[in-house]
Design a protein around this ligand. Structure first.
Ligand SMILES: *Cc1c(COP(=O)(O)O)cnc(C)c1O
Length: 397
């Protein structure tokens, strides 16, 4: 089939839920992807902040192949060795006490929301309501969508679950105004990804932590996009010195194998989900867990956080240069290897042109270029990206 025939056939067979770029990817190597015509792309999207190790990491791939030969699936009727190892490793890097494995970020959010309500039930507080943040993103299922503040995503599916209110991100007073005797949890991303690369301030994160302690509310940190090394810390909340009651993760934790998790403190674990309350057939699947355990092993051995800090600072400098040279760029946002450029216009033309030039970049909301490359990129790749993006920005009218 020709590349065009591939796309047309795929379009006929799939439900039309995505606006895809006109390219069919075939394989990856390092930080580059190749399409069906053999065209090479520098990847600054990482499959939406997922492929931290890039492509073709032989150590990861052999671990996965070994696990396939040993055992792919077991269900949660039994223990399995890979799940045990992944849970131990994840506890180590999160600093949380207990882990529940899911198959995606959305499912991890669902589990966290359920755990928070069950906690209130067991503590007999009668609490059930959630506070989330404006411009947040937590997923598309009914529960996760209910705590996601994006009207275009919500409108077609109302009524969503009741008892959710949205505060202004980085405005502690606006959160306090929404707290009632019914509030069971506050959920937030320490660094909002989909919402435009917005970082929480130190004051806000500490303020939420204190408020939750004082009011008996659980703090849920959604680290799905900003966690797992991306900010230069293993998890973004750690750079604020804040330990949430529940931490939600996915995306990069399995290096591309679909897996998520929510982790909690011993207190929440003791007073929330019990046998029968929650479950999943695939969650804790040996193949997915082998990916998690190996990813964490490689990240720790290679010192991924220090690498991200170094290359991230270099990326910030390069983006600042671009911002200075191009009037359409209003500001640089983010940190580490989750950064963005906010423009005075929609960025879809720019991401499209970059694609033609062999650079994969994505947007966050309509006016922010989002840069979330594999965490293993080197400075030379940042230079290559900046050259292409600089050319594309210079061609703007
Ligand atoms: C991607 C994302 C989700 C949803 O994760 P899925 O794996 O797509 O279900 C939730 N929260 C945040 C912050 C995300 O970036």
């Amino acid at each position: 089939m020709t590349p065009n025939e591939y796309m047309q056939t795929t379009d006929r067979n799939l439900v039309h839920t995505y606006n895809r770029f006109p390219v069919t990817l075939d394989r990856g190597e390092g930080v580059y992807l190749y399409d069906t015509e053999g065209k090479k792309y520098l990847d600054f999207a990482a499959g939406i902040a997922v492929s931290g190790l890039g492509y073709g990491n032989q150590e990861l791939n052999s671990a996965l192949k070994d696990q396939i030969d040993k055992l792919i699936h077991s269900s949660n009727l039994y223990y399995n060795t890979a799940c045990g190892e992944a849970a131990e490793a994840l506890k180590g890097v999160t600093g949380m006490d207990r882990v529940f494995f899911t198959n995606s970020g959305t499912e991890a959010v669902e589990g966290a929301l359920k755990a928070a309500r069950k906690y209130a039930r067991k503590k007999k507080t009668g609490r059930y309501a959630y506070i989330a943040m404006q411009d947040c993103f937590h997923g598309r299922s009914m529960g996760a969508l209910s705590v996601t503040e994006h009207e275009a995503y919500r409108a077609p599916f109302k009524p969503l679950i009741p008892g959710v209110s949205f505060a202004k991100f980085n405005d502690l007073d606006s959160v306090k105004e929404l707290v009632t005797d019914e509030t069971c949890a506050i959920i937030l991303e320490p660094l909002q990804g989909e919402g435009g690369i917005n970082m929480a301030t130190q004051e806000f994160m500490e303020g939420i932590r204190r408020l939750c302690h004082e009011e008996g509310i659980l703090m849920i940190c959604d680290e799905i996009q900003c966690g797992m090394g991306r900010t230069g810390e293993m998890f973004a909340c750690q750079s604020y010195g804040v330990r949430p009651d529940i931490m939600v993760m996915a995306k990069a934790i399995g290096s591309g194998v679909p897996v998520g998790a929510f982790a909690m403190t011993e207190d929440v674990a003791e007073y929330s989900l019990e046998p029968g309350d929650h479950g999943t057939t695939y969650g804790g699947n040996p193949l997915a867990c082998a990916a998690v355990a190996k990813t964490i092993e490689i990240f720790e051995r290679e010192g991924i956080e220090a690498h991200v800090k170094e290359v991230g600072a270099y990326l910030a400098d390069k983006l600042d240069e671009l911002a200075e040279r191009c009037d359409a760029v209003l500001e640089r946002r983010g940190t580490g290897l989750i950064q963005g450029l906010r423009l005075d216009r929609p960025v879809s033309e720019i991401t499209k042109k970059a694609l033609e030039e062999g650079l994969l970049i994505i947007s966050a909301r309509s006016d922010v270029i989002r840069l979330v490359p594999p965490l293993v990129i080197e400075k030379e790749h940042v230079d290559e990206m900046a050259d292409v993006l600089g050319r594309v920005l210079a061609s703007l009218q």
